[in-house]
Design a protein. Sequence first.
Length: 202
Amino acid sequence: MKHHRLDVNTYVAFMRAINVAGHASVRMSDVRDAFAAAGCRKVRTYIQSGNVIFESPARDAVATLRKVRGRLRNLLDAEPEIVFRTVREIEDLVKRAPFKDVQAEPGIKLYVAFLSHRPRIKPRFPLVSSKEALEAVAMSDREVFVVSRRKKNGFFGFPNNFIEHELDVSATTRNWSTVTKIVEFVRMETAGSERIRPTGVR
């Protein structure tokens, strides 16, 4: 993806456990306001699960992300659990097609766990939880790719706690389809298309 100003990066913030099963309910308009108040530019959100896209000068990134955490702390009245990636990093992730070797089968879900930092020791894959019907198949720099299958009770296991336990690193997880749609969302927005509209801009 080309940026019209080389000193400005576009970021994606993945917030953990926002508007999920009644947990940490917050309006996305308030989230956008918090990011804008922290100095972020062109703030927009994708769906309601806490995916925030914004711009910030590269030289100010560390200070801006610190301010974002402070604003969200005030908004949520709790320490925010949030992971940042540049859009370029997400685009590269999608291009690598990390699930290309996963055998297609009905009734599976694909997830990406975004780690807050690299684990102290990189584990040997695959990592398997038979109880939760989860299989972590691979890892990149700070992402783990997980296949989820139906458990005996008919529900799918959600990998976040499993990954955090196995790697001893905090994480936030997204469905692979959400990740690919965020990339599409940004590309189409850059191209000036109105096929996919942001839920708001600050």
